[in-house]
Structures are given as C-alpha cells and as structure tokens.
Design a protein around this ligand. Structure first.
Ligand SMILES: Nc1ncnc2c1ncn2[C@@H]1O[C@H](COP(=O)(O)OP(=O)(O)OP(=O)(O)O)[C@@H](O)[C@H]1O
Ligand SMILES: [Mg+2]
Length: 316
C-alpha cells in the first residue's frame, strides 16, 4: 500500500525553484533512497513532508499521507501526524536537540504529546529506546543534557526520538553521517528491522554503498529535479541518466581514491542552465539538451525505471 505520495512538489525562493516538480512514492515495507549532490534539494523535500518549510519559500504540490493531503491540514492535525505517524531524523543533530531539557525528557515528550501515556511510562520507553540505540547506561543517561552526549550519541538520541512513537513513515536525512562505521551498520540494521515491521523509510544519503545495501528503490536528484528513479538493482546495474552514471563512476575504489569524479560543480539555483540542467557537465550533450527540458521517460520494457534524458527517446 502507498503510504506517502509526494506529488509535483515545488519549493521556490524569489521565484527560483530549489525543488522543482518532485514526485516520490513510498509503500509500506519499503526502504527508498534519495541521492544527489549537496544543495540539490533533498532536505527541503524531507522537511516539507512534515509540513515544515522556510518562511521565505513558496511551496506548491501535494503531500499525501494515506491519501490525505498534509499541506491542507490545520496546524493541530499536522502536529498530530508529525512525530507520530511520520517522523524525521534530521541531518543536523546539534541544532535539533533542545539544550535546556534532558535527553530523556525530550524523547518522553514525543510519547506524552502523541500517545497519551503517563510521564513515568514515557520515560521508561525513552530508556528502552536509548538502550536499543546502544547508548550505555541508559537509566542514568536519560537524565543527561544534550551537551553531556558526544556527537554520535546525540545523533543516536535523535534516532531514538524519531522511533519511539513507532511511526509508519520514517524520513532519515543523512542519519549516519556523523557516526563511526560500527554504529552506521547498527542503524542500517535498525532500518531493515523497521521494514520487516511494515514501515516505510525514505533514506537520504550521499552514500551509494548504503543505498545498494538496504534500499529497494532509488530516486536520483539533480538541481531540484528527479532525474532518474527505479529499482536499486536496475539503477546500479543499468543506470540510464548520465548524472547517475557519473555518480556511480565516481565511487571511491578500495584504496578510497576517487575514480572518475563528475566534471565541474553543480550550478546554484540562481543560475540554473537552460534546457537540461545537467547539460554543461554531460559527456553526451547534444543541441536539443541546451534548449529543451527533458521529461522523465520510461525505460523500454521496465515500467519501474525512468530517466530524464533525451537519449531515451533518441537524438532528434
Ligand atoms: N531558507 C532558505 N533560503 C534560501 N535558499 C534556501 C533556503 N533553504 C535552502 N535553500 C536552498 O535550497 C537548495 C536546496 O537545499 P537543501 O538543504 O534541500 O539541499 P540538500 O540536497 O539537502 O543538500 P546537502 O546534501 O548539503 O544536505 C540549496 O541551494 C539551498 O541554498
Ligand atoms: Mg540536506
């Protein structure tokens, strides 16, 4: 069943689109990856799913949770869904925890607000959620303030906070970036377990190895647009968009040496190239790419795989 449908989402600043017509579906029991270079609009997309977007931005499109458009709900209804049915592990653990409350208090509050449990029971759940995240001595650690936690522990506390309400949909925005490898692996295991419990997960990451390890499907984003999406195995074995091909070719080898980085830098949203936004960096560019914006075209014989590239419809 589809639990989340982002439909034609556009988020603009001063008329410039940072997110441009993005559509993403999530089914239950599915882990879906969202990848792309820094600044392409991943976090804006993630936060908008929770109904949070910068006050200076303009947002259009639909965000359906089990068919209900979240963007048209009043604040109270949005708040009920946020942290309860849908929760977010934010990218920046430092700014997401409140320095004046204990960690246990902040985790427990999620339950108090949403599940009408007593504070005492909520604290017990907070403790077991820290335990699940392998925080040592959780009974005493729940009384610590965020500054008493290391960076990696803060990140794990945020993950505990996102999971304690047992949401149906988890949006994880680079959840393992600040963590060392063993803990990264534990978090990937936790996500696999959530999938077994029929949850839907959107995993935003720079790490393609993680995507190939746990994602069922992948969306590739470039300068605000989805440029390719499909089953993970198809994206990895048969990438179609030149940007995806570039990303895969630029994976580091066993000696951690970057092999073939994509030429150039992504342009900023203030100077999005005409035509296909990737054309100035594309090794396959031809005249039409400089003038017209390609659609997401179906890949022949694969209804799950689409690429935003004129190569799919021939060089005419
Ligand atoms: N409040 C804001 N005002 C103006 N521009 C913004 C604002 N927030 C985000 N942007 C712009 O929107 C674009 C997308 O930002 P976003 O944070 O979604 O990128 P990202 O893909 O998450 O990048 P990263 O991988 O670095 O986390 C960027 O160009 C950014 O500068
Ligand atoms: Mg981001």
């Amino acid at each position: 069943m589809k639990v989340l449908e982002v439909q034609n989402l556009t988020i603009s600043f001063d008329g410039k689109n940072a997110v441009d017509g993005v559509s993403i579906d999530l089914e239950d029991s599915e882990i879906v990856g969202l990848v792309g270079e820094s600044g392409c609009g991943k976090s804006l997309t993630a936060f908008s799913v929770l109904g949070i977007y910068p006050p200076n931005s303009k947002l259009t499109g639909k965000i359906l949770y089990k068919g209900k458009d979240l963007l048209t709900l009043d604040e109270e209804s949005k708040r009920k869904i946020r942290g309860n049915q849908i929760s977010l592990i934010p990218q920046d653990p430092l700014s997401a925890l409140n320095p004046v409350f204990t960690v246990g208090n902040q985790i427990a509050e999620v339950l108090e607000v949403h599940k009408q449990v007593s504070y005492k029971d909520a604290l017990l759940s907070a403790k077991s959620s820290l335990e699940m995240m392998n925080i040592p001595n959780p009974s005493s650690r729940i009384n610590d303030y965020p500054h008493q936690f290391s960076g990696g522990m803060k990140q794990r506390a945020l993950i505990a906070m996102a999971l304690v309400g047992q949401p149906d949909v988890l949006i994880a925005d680079e959840p393992t970036t600040a963590l060392d490898v063993t803990i990264q692996l534990q978090i990937l295991e936790i996500m696999k377990n959530l999938k077994k419990q029929k949850k839907a997960i959107l995993l935003i990451t720079h790490d393609l190895a993680q995507v190939s390890e746990i994602c069922d499907r992948v969306y590739v984003m470039y300068l605000g647009k989805i440029v390719e999406h499909g089953l993970t195995k198809d994206i990895f074995t048969n990438p179609k968009h030149p940007y995806t091909i570039g990303l895969l070719n630029s994976l580091p080898d066993e000696n951690k040496k970057l092999l073939n980085p994509i030429f150039g830098q992504p342009p900023s949203i203030n100077s999005i190239p005409l035509g296909c936004a990737f054309h100035p960096r594309c090794p396959f560019v031809f005249e039409k790419c400089k003038k017209e914006i390609p659609e997401l075209y179906d890949i022949t014989d694969n209804k799950h795989h689409r690429s935003r590239c004129f190569l799919e419809i021939g060089k005419k």
